[in-house]
Design a protein around this ligand. Sequence first.
Ligand code: COA
Length: 149
Amino acid sequence: MKGKTAKETHITMAQVVLPYHANSAGNMHGGELMKLMDTAAGVVATRHCLCNTVTVSVDKLVFKEPILVGDLVICDAELIYTGRTSMEIYVTVNVENLSRGDIKPAMEGYFVMVALDRNRRPTAIPPLIIETDEEQKRFDEAKARLSRK
Ligand SMILES: CC(C)(COP(=O)(O)OP(=O)(O)OC[C@H]1O[C@@H](n2cnc3c(N)ncnc32)[C@H](O)[C@@H]1OP(=O)(O)O)[C@@H](O)C(=O)NCCC(=O)NCCS
C-alpha cells in the first residue's frame, strides 16, 4: 500500500462567522467550530486512505479566544499519525478580525479517525511518509498518546 506525506492531504478551510453560527450575543457556538474542525479532519483522513472514515475520539478542546459574528475562522488540519486502521489529525483554528486585520490562535485539537470498508468495519490504511524530524517527533508523541487510550 503506497504511503502519502502529510503535505499531500493537508487542508485549510475558512469560514466567515454569520449570525446563524452564533448565540444572541454574537459569540460563535462551540459546536459550530467543532463541526468545522471535524469536517477538516475528515477530509484529511479520507484523502489519505480514499475510503469512508469516522471520528472515533477527540481530545480536550479549549476555546482560547472569543469568536464573534463577522470574524473569519481559519482551520488547518494535518495528518500526524497512522496506525493499522486509525489516523490522528492535528487541527488548529485561528481567528481573524477582518476589520482590524489581526489573527489569533483560537483552538487546537487531536482527532482520531478510523477507515472503514464497505461493511463498516475497520480497514488497513496506507502509512504516513515522514519527511522531517519534527514530523517524526509528532508521530512518536501521537503513538505514545494513543497507546494510553
Ligand atoms: C470506529 C469503530 C469502527 C472502531 O471499532 P472497534 O471495534 O473498536 O475496532 P478496533 O478495535 O479494530 O479499532 C480500530 C482502530 O481504532 C482505534 N480505536 C478504537 N477506539 C479508540 C479510541 N477510543 N481512541 C483512539 N483510537 C481508538 C484502535 O486503536 C484501532 O486502531 P489501529 O487499527 O490503528 O491499531 C467503532 O467504534 C465505531 O463504529 N464507532 C462509531 C464511529 C462514528 O460513528 N463516529 C461518528 C461520530 S458519532
